[in-house]
Design a protein around this ligand. Structure first.
Ligand code: FAD
Length: 391
């Protein structure tokens, strides 16, 4: 490969380059990264960074040995496959022989809710801004009980802040894990003193007596001095319009990360890779997938590509317990809860459909979750998975 250009300076980008160099990929590597920082790890942002334990956690100690040229604070605005180049927001046209798109995703916002004190968490700067407001005001309202919302609520509570979490569905995490496991998550937050307002939606933001508040669909109101909007992310593919790169809720990729345009690959939260067994395409917003996909593309770049067939894995830290998820559980799957570990403090939820296991979720149960991996990759039976959870 001549010049390798990687767009995006996050996890997938980092792993592409590390693996490419490890496999003796030579030639210049240029990274175009919208943020002003060298690559750092995102999961701590809603956990230890928000709790004030440290600032950024770099993804690498040093970059000089990898021979990478960074264009920090620069964004691509167009792709011209005919000229094999990308256009940058400062007017530079950068040519490539191979291009990897690893631009992550962008948080959704809530229409009508903007201005001071309204936050999302995607970048380090986002997390630091929210942390400053938390320290100053000692209170937080989280809109959206997904993983980021739940983690931020837990982190804010552990700094002593007053926390309210608003979620449209009956429990937090119901959209991903269903309401049975969601109820377990809810109980944990309530024990920690988070005020949960579930089954109600934000109608509007308004100012009363000089304070911003949210009016909810159940008629109640909640203080909105400091708000975190945790309503998920969307892939930002606008700059690829007209380039010929096929896009449908993310950049469409085959099972080694190739897009519809020659010499262009995509990885991480922006990409919808094909599963080599089922043929389905999915955009998986998990840390491990971004890393695996980055490495898989590097292998393809040096002529050693092979389809990526990993069981999706995700974790989330809330309070004392680590939640882990393997596979692709659906909220309306059949689910069985099993208490595990010393004093039954761990929890395993086995998800299934049509007699097959689809996923497993555990809290403080790493051994029980991880032992399901091969069963999940083979599409094993639900009964076998249950027996394994109980053993
Ligand atoms: P990113 O890490 O988002 O990197 C993409 C980069 O590209 C960004 O810096 C972006 O600014 C830049 N960019 C965007 N557009 C352009 C452009 N046009 N030109 C140049 N640069 C551009 N996953 C887990 O499995 N467990 C967790 O506990 C967990 N916690 C998380 C907590 C938070 C707060 C967040 C935000 C995510 C968390 N994740 C977690 C998800 C995980 O971090 C992501 O899946 C992973 O970071 C995706 O990596 P990526 O390289 O695809 O994108």
């Amino acid at each position: 490969v001549g010049r390798l250009v990687v767009v995006g300076g996050g996890l997938a980008a980092t792993r592409v380059i590390e693996e490419y160099r490890r496999l003796d990929g030579s030639g210049p590597v240029v990274v175009v990264a919208a943020e002003p920082h060298l690559p750092y790890d995102r999961p701590p942002l809603s956990k230890s960074v928000l709790r004030g334990e440290h600032d950024a956690v770099p993804l690498r100690e040093e970059w000089s040995s990898l021979g990478v040229e960074f264009r920090l604070g620069r964004r691509t605005t167009a792709l011209h496959p005919d000229r094999r180049s990308v256009l940058l927001d400062d007017g530079e046209e950068l040519s490539y022989e191979a291009l990897v798109i690893a631009t992550g995703a962008t948080p959704r916002t809530l229409p009508g809710l903007a201005g001071d004190g309204v936050h999302v968490i995607r970048t380090l700067d986002d997390a630091l801004a929210l942390r400053r407001d938390l320290v100053e005001h000692g209170r937080l309202t989280v809109v959206g009980g997904g993983f980021i919302g739940c983690e931020a609520a837990a982190s804010a509570r552990s700094t002593g802040a007053t926390v309210t979490l608003v979620e449209t569905l009956p429990t937090p995490l119901a959209r991903v894990l269903g309401t049975r496991v969601g109820a377990e998550v809810a109980a944990e937050h309530e024990r920690a003193g988070v005020e949960l307002r579930c089954g109600t939606a934000v109608v509007e933001a308004r100012v009363r007596d000089g304070r911003r508040e949210l009016l909810l669909s159940d008629g109640s109101t909640v203080d909105a001095t400091v708000v975190l909007v945790g309503l998920g992310v969307v892939p930002d593919t606008g700059w690829l319009e007209g380039s010929g790169v096929a896009v449908d809720d993310g950049v469409l990729c085959d099972d080694v990360g190739r897009t519809s345009v020659p010499s262009v690959w995509a990885a991480g939260d922006i990409a919808r890779w094909q599963n080599p067994r089922t043929g389905e395409r999915a955009r998986v917003e998990h840390w491990t997938s971004a890393a695996d996909q980055g490495r898989a593309i590097a292998r393809d770049l040096v002529g050693q590509g092979k389809p990526l067939d990993e069981v999706p894995y995700f974790w989330s830290d809330q309070y004392e317990r680590k939640w882990q998820m393997l596979g692709r559980p659906e909220p309306d799957d059949e689910v069985t809860l099993v208490s595990v570990g010393p004093a039954g403090k761990g929890l395993v939820a086995v998800y299934g459909r049509d007699g097959r296991v689809t996923g497993v979720v555990g809290a403080a149960a790493p051994r029980w979750v991880m032992r399901m991996r091969s069963l999940l990759s083979e599409g094993g039976s639900y009964d076998d998975a249950l027996a394994l959870a109980r053993s």
